[in-house]
Structures are given as C-alpha cells and as structure tokens.
Unconditional design. Structure first.
Length: 175
C-alpha cells in the first residue's frame, strides 16, 4: 500500500556537488578503432564541402544517396521565408528509401531496435525483412479495407510506430 508523505514547507537546498554525483552525461566514451574505421566522416575535406560558401548545394551530396522517382529542379527555394522548400520538384518514396532498397544487402540486419522506457521490458528488434513484411501487410490493409487517401491517413498514423507510418508512403496510389 502506498504511503502518504507529510507535506513539507521547508525548501531543501541541494549543492552542485550532490547533483554532480548523478551526472553520467559528463563521462566520455572513446569509440573503438573498428567503429572509427567505418565512420562516414573520415574525409577531412567534409568541412570545406559543407561550408557556408557551398550552401545549399552541398546538400545535393546527401540527397544523391537516396533513390528518387523524379529528380528535383531546385535544391532550396527561399522565395517565401520562412516557408522554405527543399528539393523542389522532386518526388521520393520514403518507404522504399527506408526499407525496400536495403533488403538485398541487409535483410537479416536490425532495421529498428526499440528499447522501451521501463527497463524491465525487453528490447524489440525488427530486421529489414520483418519490417518489409509488416509494412506491406499494413499498406494492403489501408488500401483494401480503409480506402483512405494518404493525406487523410498520414497525420493520424504518424502518431503510431514507424512500422505503421511507413505503409502510408508505401501504397503506390498515394504517391
């Protein structure tokens, strides 16, 4: 049975030293040599390539890593600030870029690792193959039984897990 504590009117002073005992964020963990070796940012010219002088075209390098259904005309449209538009004229399938294109090489690799807040619950891991199956099943359900348009379903589904959001982008008729 829960115990009710008496109401205290006094302010309890806590020193910085007492708080600092709990500051684990200040610890520094050095990455292993294997991790450093596979890093994407090993090229020292990255700072030059992504300098302010090369903005916004420098983001083309990362956009080119994605699969585009239709390539964009303008990297950044600043004609209506603060409502800027990136990659104007381009068309992309987010579900394909997040799941489908990784199947051939990474089908048995974890695509999502969900670690629940209560530490007593076990983490849940989905491989790219498992995620692909779930996304396609849910996309078919939305298409066949709900008859919802993507622009109607997406705002509500975006509150759910990623395996529920991705089907909204996966149904070709919604593109």
């Amino acid at each position: 049975m829960a115990r009710t504590l008496p109401k205290q009117n006094a302010v309890i002073e806590t020193s910085e030293a007492q708080i600092a005992v709990h500051w684990r964020e200040e610890e520094y963990y050095y990455p292993s040599a294997k991790f450093v070796g596979q890093a994407n940012l090993t090229d020292p010219s990255i700072n030059e390539r992504f300098s302010e002088r090369n903005f916004p075209e420098c983001f083309r390098e990362y956009a080119d890593l994605l699969s585009w259904d239709r390539y964009w005309d303008t990297t950044l449209d600043t004609s209506d600030p603060p409502f800027w538009k990136w990659f104007v004229g381009g068309k992309i399938n987010a579900s394909y870029n997040c799941v489908d294109r990784h199947l051939a090489k990474y089908k048995n690799k974890a695509a999502i690792i969900f670690v629940p807040e209560p530490e007593s619950e076990a983490p849940v891991s989905l491989t790219y193959r498992e995620l692909y199956v779930r996304v396609n099943e849910f996309a078919a359900l939305l298409r066949d039984f709900c008859g919802l348009k993507a622009e109607i379903a997406s705002p509500f589904i975006c509150r759910w897990s990623p395996s529920c959001r991705l089907p909204c982008w996966h149904v070709p008729a919604w593109g």
